[in-house]
Write a protein that binds this ligand. Structure first.
Ligand SMILES: [Cu+2]
Length: 287
């Protein structure tokens, strides 16, 4: 009875939570790519890559569930039928060729089937298309630097302190996710990001986009995404990079093309004169 109530409670709570977040997204026509309290599922997908990953995860869960169930049934049969009380004279044989062939071949077939579904997803992530916008992102201890390569400007992105959230238009629960400056990209355009590190290994990610890439010093790796919905999306450095690893979040704003053009206008003036750490590093390297 108690379990039933608990289960009903969990169901009701999760339904309410899903309805609430769906309503919120519908209201503004915008997605908020952020974790939710007590959430256990993925953040809603905002790119085809993320949708592919979710679909693959769903499929793997069924495969995994079936295998776990099968093994559980086998163990149950052994417990019930072959315990010392029921099975007084145990068999002494040690090999069974057909069973051995089966338990070798069937897992191989399962792995091949998984590969057929998972490899295309992996290749889609790793085969970088021609980008409409190219942004170089550099991980520093402990903030991110962004360069809009074709536009010739760059800026740095720092964690917003709790008391700075409201004035920047963020709610309090976005602490450790919201940054002072955000990466702004237009909806429906292919964005290619060159990811590197300046000091130690960091990792740039936006879960709702289905992208995650290590930022390794001395190497520029690439990732790409094409956001399908406007909204604000958050991520966090995902490679343990030192004492402030938890304090270098990532904020990406996906806006309409017109808004992007307007932002670019302002950003060119605003950031062109700002000397970033990246410039300092470049100057130092060339000297
Ligand atoms: Cu980091």
């Amino acid at each position: 009875m108690r379990n039933k109530t608990l289960f009903a409670g969990i169901t009701a709570a999760s339904t309410a939570m899903m309805t609430a977040s769906a309503a919120l997204a519908q209201q503004s026509g915008e997605l908020l790519g952020a974790p939710v309290p007590r959430g256990i599922d993925f953040q809603p997908a905002a790119t085809e890559l993320a949708r592919d990953i979710h679909r693959l995860d769903g499929m793997l869960n069924w495969v995994m569930g079936a295998i776990v169930l099968f093994v559980l049934v086998l163990i149950a049969i052994v417990i019930v039928r072959y315990n010392a009380r029921v099975n007084k004279t145990p068999a002494k044989f040690t090999h069974n060729t057909s069973v051995e062939i089966a338990w070798t071949l069937i897992p191989v077939i399962i792995l091949v089937v998984i590969g057929i579904f998972s490899l295309p997803v992996l290749f889609k992530q790793q085969e970088i298309p021609e980008g409409d916008i190219y942004i170089k992102v550099t991980g520093y201890q402990w903030f991110w630097g962004y360069e809009y390569v074709d536009e010739g400007f760059g800026f740095e992105s720092f964690l917003l302190a709790k008391e700075e959230l409201a004035e920047n238009g963020y709610t309090d629960d976005l602490y450790l996710l919201a940054t002072d400056t955000a990466v702004v990209v237009p909806v429906g355009k292919t964005v290619v990001m060159g990811v590197t590190g300046a000091d130690v290994i960091h990792a740039w990610t936006i879960p709702a986009f289905g992208v995650k890439q290590d930022a390794v010093p001395g190497r520029v790796a690439e990732l790409w995404f094409k956001a399908e919905k406007t909204g604000t999306f958050f991520g966090q450095c995902s490679e343990l990079c030192g004492k402030d690893h938890a304090y270098m979040p990532i904020t990406v704003k996906v806006v309409s093309e017109e808004e992007y053009a307007a932002w670019l206008e302002g950003a060119r003036d605003l950031y062109a004169s700002v000397e970033t750490d990246a410039d300092v590093v470049r100057v130092a390297a060339s000297q």
